[in-house]
Ligand binder design. Structure first.
Ligand code: HEM
Length: 407
């Protein structure tokens, strides 16, 4: 097959034909620029995700060996960020996961629905009379940022700081695209995050609240010890990284599908029970996390190939979700698709997204409000003028300018 890379900008803009070529001709594809094996078929992605002892996350994440970067963390902040959860393997992963689950109870998520609706409606109230808006900036970004700010327990005035720290966290942890110079700038941002949250943690130690910082401070690993400051900072960073960019991109992708498929937008208004299916099909067709890294810990047979121990791999959720061996007419958006819930956009196995219930709720509530309150929703620029943020891991627009009328 033709030599291409997940790092090519044109592939990042529109990866679907390349994914199909890989799945059909080279299901385990050696990416020449990334220097890793791309796993593209649904069943192979599932195999890798369900075998964490062979496909390690801990050994797949880049470590800052750069002295200048380490100095920034050590001298200005609270030391290099430690690897937890999405960057970790059992047994440590299991300990942290059960602890974060305590702060992420179904009850807490359940209680959020009315207030997710309030945030959604007040954001729409803020632009509904303008007739035109960059809906990415005015809606898709602030919705999850405000929700996570409230949940973690920080001021809503600080949501744009959270956004910057989220971006820095994504670039420093799950993408491999930052140059050494960029890593220095990222470290400076992450130190800002550390200092800000170290203060909030201190405040909660003396004055506990009904929020996640307090829950995390009070939780104990296997009933024995509480999390120390670097561990608390690492978990909070993951909630920010995991919960913002992804949900923002899921909301934007959903709005785009409503614009492109007016008949399905109409069907949703006619039968609102369909709204719960909407996030699943949006996430299947436009997975906000397109792929993440793993490292093989032993020789392994996958997709008809033997990968030697020590091979860096990309598990490509975005390609698996378009695999016609699993989904009929995968390029077609269909809110009534029976198998949509089988998508791998939240991963699978031990790292299955911890925030998936919250993300689904934000997407259902957010997209329903957009579809019910706005009419004649359309792009104000040709679709081919939209572009995506450069990333190997994530897929999301740089802007989404739309016009509309009040319904
Ligand atoms: C549409 C929105 C979302 C998408 C597409 C998404 C996607 C994912 C994926 C693919 C993984 C698996 C990573 C792997 O296998 O290595 C994951 C894990 C994770 N997600 Fe999400 N996520 C979303 C929303 C959220 C939210 C709202 C939060 C929290 C506020 C969150 C927190 C996490 C955390 C902490 C992990 C790591 C879990 C572990 O390693 O055990 N995510 N997410």
């Amino acid at each position: 097959m033709t030599e291409k890379s997940l790092m090519d900008q044109d592939i990042q803009e529109c990866p679907w034909a390349f994914y199909k070529e890989m799945r059909d001709e080279a299901p385990i594809y050696m990416d020449p620029q990334l220097g890793c094996a791309v796993i593209s078929r649904y069943e192979d992605v599932v195999q890798a995700l369900r075998s964490p002892e062979i496909f390690s996350t801990k050994h797949a994440f880049p470590k800052f060996t750069n002295e200048a970067v380490r100095k920034i963390y050590d001298e200005k902040g609270h030391g290099e960020m430690i690897a937890v959860l999405v960057q970790d393997d059992p047994p440590e992963h299991t300990r942290f996961r059960s602890l974060v689950n305590l702060a992420f109870t179904a009850e807490r998520v359940q209680k959020m629905e009315p207030y997710i609706e309030d945030i959604t409606n007040s954001l729409i109230d803020g632009f509904i009379d303008k007739g035109e808006v960059d809906i990415l900036r005015e809606f898709c970004m602030p919705l999850p940022l405000t929700v996570i700010a409230d949940q973690i327990g920080v001021s809503r005035d600080d949501i744009w700081k959270l956004r910057e720290w989220t971006n820095a966290g994504v670039a420093a942890t799950v993408d491999l695209m930052a140059s050494e110079e960029e890593q220095i700038a990222l470290a400076e941002k992450i130190v800002e995050f550390q200092l800000y949250f170290a203060d909030r943690i201190e405040e909660r130690r003396t004055n506990p609240q009904d929020d996640m910082i307090t829950d995390l401070i009070q939780a104990e690993i296997e009933g024995e010890r509480s999390l120390n400051l670097p561990e608390l900072l690492a978990v909070i960073q993951q909630l920010l990284v995991g919960g913002n960019e992804t949900t923002t991109n899921g909301l934007a992708a959903g709005i785009m599908q409503l614009i492109k498929n007016p008949d399905q937008a109409e069907a949703l208004r006619a039968d609102p029970s369909l709204y719960t299916k909407l996030p699943e099909e949006v996430l299947r067709i436009e997975s906000p996390v397109q792929g993440l890294f793993r490292m093989t810990m032993e020789d392994v047979e996958i997709g008809g190939t033997t990968l030697p121990k020590g091979t860096l791999c990309q598990v490509r959720f975005g390609s698996a979700n378009h695999d016609d061996r699993r989904f009929e007419c995968p390029e077609q958006f269909d809110i009534e698709r029976k198998a949509a819930g089988k998508h791998l956009a939240f991963g699978s196995g031990i790292h299955l997204c911890i925030g998936k219930m919250l993300a689904r709720r934000e997407m259902t509530v957010g997209l329903r409000a957009i579809n019910e309150r706005l009419k004649n929703l359309r792009l104000t620029v040709p679709e081919d003028e939209l572009s995506y943020v450069p990333s190997v891991a994530m897929r999301g627009y740089t802007r989404l300018p739309v016009s509309f009328e009040r319904r």
